[in-house]
Design a protein around this ligand. Structure first.
Ligand SMILES: [Zn+2]
Length: 91
């Protein structure tokens, strides 16, 4: 049984030992360098150790009110003048 290449490991989503393919693995501490997070992983079955590498892939706002609007965006909308209000009451 061949050791998974890095490409195969990523394609299969990680989560298992690249050597013995067992899922009895434990993740250790994480560290990050630049846009990469590194996590030490250890296989409980064959004792292999490796690092999983996570690359920054984007960002997303935290939900604010359940529909994904963050406070800053909501405030920006609230601060906008309401069309027609400046001329109210109409004479
Ligand atoms: Zn293993």
């Amino acid at each position: 049984m061949a050791i998974l290449t890095e490409k195969q490991y990523v394609a299969e989503g990680g989560g298992k030992c690249p050597v013995c393919k067992d899922t009895d693995i434990v993740g250790g501490s994480t560290d990050y360098i630049g846009d990469t997070i590194i996590q030490e992983i250890h296989c409980q079955v064959c004792q292999a150790s490796w690092n999983d590498l996570y690359k920054l892939d984007g960002y997303e706002f935290h939900d604010y009110d359940g529909v994904g609007r963050p406070q800053a965006l909501l405030q920006d909308v609230l601060d906008r003048p309401i069309a027609g209000l400046a001329s109210w009451p109409a004479s």
